[in-house]
Design a protein around this ligand. Sequence first.
Ligand code: PGA
Length: 252
Amino acid sequence: MRQKIVAGNWKMNKSFSEAEETLDELVNLLDEQEKTDVNIIVCTPAIYLEMAVDIAESSAFAVGAQDVSAYEKGAYTGEISATMLNSMQVEYCIIGHSERRKYHHESNAEVAQKVEQLLGKTITPIVCCGEVLAEREANRQFEVVKQQLSESLFQLQPLDFTNIIIAYEPVWAIGTGKTATPEQAQEMHAFIRGIVEDKYGKEIAKKLPILYGGSCTPQNAATLFAQPDVDGGLIGGASLVAQDFMKIINAF
Ligand code: PGA
């Protein structure tokens, strides 16, 4: 039985007080209902992590960052290291998000370095992959995702691979309202599990959580999560509203 995971990616949204309010609301919503078996993660902007970790202490969600430095420490102005995240009790970190690849030219090699940094500090990386529209139109999505994953993850020892979460996020679906169909998501998730199996064997592939991301909403989450290889979601826009995020958690 694989973990069910719903992770919110707040991106660069909310003031401090709005962030606090949303998390308080999430705590209340979680308190009101029976315990869920879904692993809930909220990835806030770095500057709110301390507050989020404080609030999460008395609730059923964990806190993640949205990026980490590829380096351990030193003269990297503006960067945040895995050591720093670990010292703030941050348990997860998104890396290789398409927005970081696009606006910050993050490469697969850099993602590989970030994975190493995070695993070294017992933070679980949520590694994003996914093709852009032109690549899907050219039917190159499998080749693209395979290259992203092999260049950013396949340097890992098998044991480390058991601490990884993969998020498949077709770039054409992110923030566009254009969700992948459940069949498209399932097809890619099964493909990803297959290449992981080829590299690391059946046992590791079977346990690997693979999340879908890209315009996942309270309306479409249930059919996506019903797919056998979809183990949850990485939720952008809909994670900003506590009630919507809660509906997605309950869509399992
Ligand atoms: P979206 O973003 O849900 O707003 O499409 C998903 C993501 O980028 O993680």
